[in-house]
Design a protein around this ligand. Structure first.
Ligand SMILES: [Mg+2]
Length: 230
């Protein structure tokens, strides 16, 4: 088996980095800047961000969103609905969504886990190639670049641009195609449904990372992943 036939597909958010409550925080930043004294709390917004993103409908392909502006227009609609639900007028929604987008695509909104660079570098030294497969925004590759880890990954596949959300089998098929149909492949992620069940249904063994949950294999961090894949 050639060394270049070993691939790990990595989820992004919750796996390589954390950005807890990112979408609500982004809207709060926009509100604080643009509507002083708005009186809206982050907790009030919480229920309105539990649904409505493309990844909440993983059974549906969304080729109509593969243009970043179209994708953000769709998500901007969600921001507008959330704002309206907490008593904001509709005409403030567009500028709020525009500012929130800037926050979401700002690399400083994400906290890279300390183990990522050393563990993935060690894995690469043992012949493993890395790709990212994430349910995320169109600008994910720029975020990865801004976090200073782009050199670790051969490719960044984001659902916004590939038309499919994990756990849809097509998302995994596209990732395997991009990776050149590797002989040995693993998926690593923090979401039991999207990452673990999705990968296994596509014939890819998976490791649940940084989470408790039902999974055959669990890793506390990327060093544990390195132990498991060998
Ligand atoms: Mg995740």
């Amino acid at each position: 088996m050639g060394a270049d036939s070993r691939v790990i597909l990595w989820d992004f958010d919750g796996t390589l980095c954390r950005a807890d409550g990112l979408w609500r925080s982004a809207l709060m930043v926009a509100l604080d800047e643009q509507l002083a004294g708005h009186g809206v709390t982050s907790d009030e917004l919480r229920p309105h961000f539990r649904d409505g993103f493309p990844w909440h409908r993983p059974d549906v392909a969304h080729p109509e969103l593969s243009d970043p502006e179209a994708w953000w227009a769709e998500v901007g609609g969600l921001f507008a609905r959330a704002g309206k639900a907490v008593g904001l007028s509709e005409d403030v929604a567009v500028p709020l969504a525009r500012r929130a987008r800037q926050v979401v695509i700002d690399p400083s909104s994400y906290e890279l886990f300390d183990d990522v660079r050393p563990a993935l570098t060690a894995l690469r030294g043992r012949g493993w190639r890395h790709l990212i497969l994430s349910n995320h925004v169109p600008e994910l590759a720029d975020i990865v670049c801004g976090l200073g880890i782009a050199d670790l990954f051969e490719a960044v596949l984001t659902s916004a641009l590939i038309d499919y959300e994990k756990p849809h089998p097509e998302a995994f098929r596209l990732a395997l195609e991009k990776a050149g149909q590797p002989e040995v492949v693993w998926m690593v992620g923090d979401n039991v449904q999207a990452d673990i069940a999705g990968a296994e249904a596509a014939g890819v063994p998976a490791i649940l990372i940084r989470q408790d949950g039902q999974a055959k294999r669990r890793a506390a961090d990327c060093w544990d992943v390195a132990e498991i894949v060998g």
